[in-house]
Design a protein around this ligand. Structure first.
Ligand SMILES: Nc1nc2c(ncn2[C@@H]2O[C@H](COP(=O)(O)OP(=O)(O)O)[C@@H](O)[C@H]2O)c(=O)[nH]1
Ligand SMILES: [Mg+2]
Length: 252
């Protein structure tokens, strides 16, 4: 690298009551980052008022793993948690760095990070781990949840299309850090102003108005790794997603 600073990967994990799998996920991330020579890397974990041992598990790792831990005193929802994670990630990154977001429930395989990083190096600004590319698989997801994601994908592809995007809802993504910085400068506080799971859609809809190149990589969702229930309130998410789509179609 001839004296220049190496590009860094910053991984943002929103975590709410993830004691069952977060330790295992942190091991898998660390192994992957070392194996693929992506270290040193940085983890930004935002605990969203977990009532279980999530925070204890993370704090026990801080000595050996490069973790920045942000804590919410009470549960604030995924939108605010992702927002705080991205703001912190931007604080510790330069424009050429890469910010990855992924679930903390160990359903998103860290092995895909290398490919996502390479795709950013190849010129993409945002890479989505997509359930709708040739070679994608979803293992352990109920037919109802599959249908909902698929319906959201089609509705958005028709009503608010983004070139290169089929999966609008998956939380596993890579962003060029400079793009997130630009979005924060452009939108300020309103960059992530959706409280719930629909925030993942809205991030893309906001970036769509900027000069951003999107792409996807096939993704194998290992929902069978999940222990305990999903934290998504399905009915609330459907309602909020439809309201969001309507608002954005009307240009608000
Ligand atoms: N901060 C925060 N994170 C949440 C909340 N609900 C879920 N998460 C996190 O967001 C991610 C997605 O939630 P998850 O239960 O995996 O949803 P699913 O994969 O769509 O069923 C996980 O990393 C959760 O820990 C919440 O209320 N607040
Ligand atoms: Mg999940």
């Amino acid at each position: 690298m001839r004296g220049r600073e190496k590009r860094k990967v910053i991984i943002v994990l929103p975590a709410y009551n993830e004691e069952a799998r977060i330790g295992k996920l942190l091991d898998r991330i660390d192994d992957t980052m070392h194996e693929f020579s992506l270290s040193p890397y940085q983890l930004v974990i935002v605990d969203d008022g977990s009532q279980d041992c999530t925070v204890k598990i993370i704090e026990d790792r801080i000595k050996v793993t490069p973790i920045i831990l942000e804590k919410h005193k009470q549960n604030m929802g995924l939108g605010i948690t992702i927002r705080d994670g991205l703001l912190r990630a931007v604080d510790v990154s330069s424009d050429k760095d890469i910010i990855i977001t992924m679930d903390a429930d160990d359903t998103h395989t860290p092995g895909l990070i290398l490919r996502m990083v390479r795709m950013i190096d190849e010129g993409l600004d945002v890479v989505i781990a997509s359930r709708y590319q040739h070679g994608s698989r979803t293992i352990g997801v109920s037919i109802f949840r599959k249908f909902l994601s698929y319906a959201a994908s089609w509705l958005l592809r028709i009503m608010l299309p983004i070139s290169g995007v089929k999966d609008f809802t998956c939380g596993y993504r890579a962003y060029r850090a400079g793009v997130i910085k630009c979005a924060i400068n452009r939108y300020g506080e309103s960059f992530i102003d959706q409280d719930g799971f629909q925030c993942m859609i809205d991030i893309l809809l906001k970036l769509r108005k900027m000069d951003v190149i999107f792409g996807e990589v096939p993704f194998i969702l290992r929902y069978d790794n999940k222990q305990g229930k999903s934290k998504m309130n399905v009915m609330l998410t459907i309602r909020n997603t439809l309201i969001l789509i309507l608002k954005r179609i009307l240009g608000r």
